[in-house]
Design a binder for this molecule. Structure first.
Ligand SMILES: *[C@@H]1O[C@H](CO)[C@@H](O)[C@H](O)[C@H]1NC(C)=O
Ligand SMILES: *[C@@H]1O[C@H](CO)[C@@H](O)[C@H](O)[C@H]1NC(C)=O
Ligand SMILES: *[C@@H]1O[C@H](CO)[C@@H](O)[C@H](O)[C@H]1NC(C)=O
Ligand SMILES: *[C@@H]1O[C@H](CO)[C@@H](O)[C@H](O)[C@H]1NC(C)=O
Length: 289
């Protein structure tokens, strides 16, 4: 326990993603969202933010004809001024020669399996061991709460293709229908169990994180703990996210995060919710006098 506190203390505020050897406070990692155009990418690279989350669809560059390619856009948009190829090259260029812990990481949120299939060669260039910036491959691959109707990506195809990039973090979750007048729900034992069976059946062998929606996850502590325990060998974590305006039981969410542990919880929620969580600070350093 004492050692754990010491390590957390030493690492707080300077989390390095992807290294499993020490315990860290993963909730310190900061996020930019929908980094889907050139202007915003430049702004995000110039900021202090650590992880750039961006969406990928199969589409076209604005004003260009020709075959469909992976571009940075959120459905229903199918055009962008930024292709996935350019996005990755610009990030890699930015990271060149920068200390590993200061490099920007990317979380690529694939909105269709076709976009992921067509992205394989592009990703391969940056999933080589000599490239060191954090690279997350994310998709909703299973139907989730509350009776979500969004179609998930083919789970088998997604996991198998992602396994070709062992350096990348596999980030796989459930579609959700929550917010607005839907204020109650939970991840069911069945939904969690299906994910676990997928991970086992497809012999996942890379770092894995499960994105879970805060308002739903806070009602699902027992099954989330099961999921993490069963995948511990993969250095598993949850990435707790929330949409603006989601109903969230703050005390229950706090209890979930502290039970899972700060070293297994990425936190990607609006700043106002993060502040209300009042996560425990590292123990104060002793002053000698
Ligand atoms: C670029 O992306 C940001 C963040 O998603 C968005 O707020 C902004 O409107 C976008 N700009 C253009 C020109 O699409
Ligand atoms: C929830 O809101 C939608 C529109 O936003 C409406 O169509 C639906 O009837 C509402 N459902 C309930 C149970 O109030
Ligand atoms: C898992 O991956 C590691 C390297 O990333 C490798 O050394 C190990 O043999 C793999 N295990 C299995 C069961 O494939
Ligand atoms: C963990 O990180 C959060 C967010 O930055 C911070 O509020 C909290 O004090 C940290 N706690 C520990 C134990 O490092």
């Amino acid at each position: 326990m004492f050692l754990q506190i010491l390590v957390l203390l030493a690492a707080s505020g300077s989390a390095v993603l992807g290294d499993e050897e020490v315990l860290k406070n993963l909730t310190t990692v900061t996020w930019a969202h929908a980094v889907n155009n050139k202007t915003y990418l430049q702004a995000a690279l110039a900021s202090d933010v650590q992880m750039l989350e961006a969406d990928i669809v199969l589409g076209q560059l604005i004003g260009k004809e020709g075959p469909l390619i992976p571009v940075m856009a959120h459905p229903p948009a199918t055009t962008s001024d930024l292709s996935l190829g350019d996005f990755l090259s610009i990030v890699a260029q930015h990271n060149k020669g920068i200390a590993k812990e200061k490099q920007k990481g990317v979380k690529l949120d694939f909105k269709s399996i076709e976009a992921f299939e067509k992205a394989q060669d592009l990703i391969a260039r940056f999933s080589k061991p000599e490239v060191t910036f954090p690279l997350w491959l994310n998709a909703d691959i299973l139907p989730g709460p509350v009776a979500a109707t969004t179609k998930p990506l083919d789970p088998e195809k997604f996991i198998k293709l992602a396994s070709q990039h062992p350096r990348a973090v596999l980030s796989v979750g459930w579609t959700t229908r929550y917010g607005g007048n839907i204020t109650e729900g939970e991840y069911t034992r069945q939904q969690i169990g299906t994910m676990l069976r997928m991970v086992n059946a497809l012999k996942v062998n890379q770092t894995i994180t499960f994105p879970v929606r805060a308002g739903l996850a806070s009602n699902s502590q027992p099954v989330i703990l099961d999921l993490l325990r069963e995948t511990r060998a993969l250095g598993s974590s949850v990435t707790v996210w929330s949409a603006e305006g989601d109903a969230v039981a703050v005390e229950r969410l706090r209890a979930l995060i502290l039970t899972v542990g700060l070293e297994h919880t990425y936190l990607d929620v609006p700043a106002e919710l993060a502040a209300r969580l009042q996560l425990p600070a590292p123990p104060a350093t002793r002053t000698h006098n």
